[in-house]
Write a protein that binds this ligand. Structure first.
Ligand code: SAH
Length: 252
């Protein structure tokens, strides 16, 4: 996968290219980043990359000409048909489902805004899609682009050690991941659930599925509403709810 990044701060991307799972995927060549810095496309002595908004008001916008030139340079390098995505709080919210689809693409250009954002005509003329991290505002598109790239990387074959671990992540099947435990087996009176020590793989699978349904019911009921459960899942969830309510009554 080839990604062209239009950014004033290419140095920030070491956060994903040099650490952990994403760093390993970069070293393995699963993904390549190419940077297009609007500052390199300026023509004035001060290499100006911001400009005042028409109509007044606080803050600055990204200067239009260097921004346009860097987007066009990225497209020339990656191919004119390459989609240009703007990381923006006004975009569609990224979800695992959206990431699965984006991760299948061979290339894309990600535009990282700074200051108060970019000229609306640049959006109309050059941006194919707008994608958001969520309903909050951060200071620049770089962190959003890194979150997107990291999430897409996890889905590339060979990026994760065990081939199936991305399939077990939260959201992959519409549900949150089941709770997990490591050593010690017991601390401060808290024990690891017996079933996980039983070696009974069928029982462990059922337990994990039930816990995953239960965690989703408690923490993200909206996700469950969007799903059609199998009869096994329905049964496991009903059992979970009964047990949960019983424990709530004991507590009160
Ligand atoms: N004035 C803009 C916000 C600008 S924030 C507005 O109110 O809509 C500066 C830059 O940070 C944006 O251009 C965008 O690239 C990035 N950004 C901010 N919040 C974001 C979010 N939730 N998702 C993705 N990118 C975001």
């Amino acid at each position: 996968m080839q990604i062209g990044l239009v950014t004033l701060f290419p140095e920030m991307f070491v956060a994903i290219s040099e650490y952990g799972i994403s760093g390993r995927a970069f070293r393995a060549g699963l993904i390549s980043l190419e940077f297009w810095n609007p500052r390199d496309f300026t023509t004035d002595k001060h290499r100006t990359v911001d400009d005042k908004p028409f109509g007044g008001g606080p803050g600055m916008l990204m200067k239009t000409e260097p921004l346009l030139a860097s987007i066009q340079a990225a497209k020339s390098a990656l191919g004119q048909e390459t989609k240009v995505l703007y990381m923006s709080p006004q975009g569609k919210t990224l979800t695992q489902q959206a990431i699965v689809a984006l991760a299948r693409r061979d290339n894309m250009v990600l535009v990282c805004g700074r200051y108060q954002g970019i000229d609306s005509r640049v959006v109309d003329a050059e941006i194919d899609e707008e994608w958001s991290l969520g309903d909050f505002v951060i200071s620049g598109g770089e962190i959003a682009a890194m979150a997107l790239i990291d999430a897409m990387l996890r889905l590339q074959p060979g990026a994760l050690g065990a081939e199936d671990s991305a399939q077990q992540d939260s959201f992959a099947n519409g549900l949150l991941h089941s709770p997990e435990y490591t050593r010690p087996q017991s601390f401060a009176g808290y024990d690891v659930p017996d079933v996980l020590l039983s070696g009974d793989h069928a029982a462990i699978r059922r337990w994990r599925l039930q816990q995953s349904l239960g965690a989703t019911w408690i923490k993200r009921p909206d996700l469950l509403e969007a799903m059609t459960l199998s009869s096994e899942q329905q049964q496991l969830l009903e059992q979970f709810k009964d047990e949960y309510r019983r424990l709530e009554q004991v507590k009160n």
